[in-house]
Design a protein around this ligand. Structure first.
Ligand SMILES: [Zn+2]
Length: 69
């Protein structure tokens, strides 16, 4: 199995298509999910509130956009 392949996947949580390396769902430890939902689940497990999750993810997304540009 090759790593770093740009496979298109659909995130089962947010329904978006993504090509980034998937995160693994904390719910069953098997299901691949998009990095954003992976980060959200990670933050949730640390007790971060929904509003703060949104703020953190906004910063993460801005960072990814900068890398794309
Ligand atoms: Zn997602």
């Amino acid at each position: 199995m090759k790593s770093g392949e740009r496979t298109k996947r659909i995130c089962p949580i947010c329904g978006r298509e993504y090509t980034a390396v998937p995160a693994t769902s904390r719910i069953d430890n098997v299901t691949p999910i998009c990095p954003e939902c992976g980060a959200r689940q990670g933050l949730e497990s640390m007790g971060v509130k929904r509003k703060e999750q949104d703020e953190i993810l906004e910063i993460i997304n801005r960072y990814y956009d900068m890398k794309k540009a």
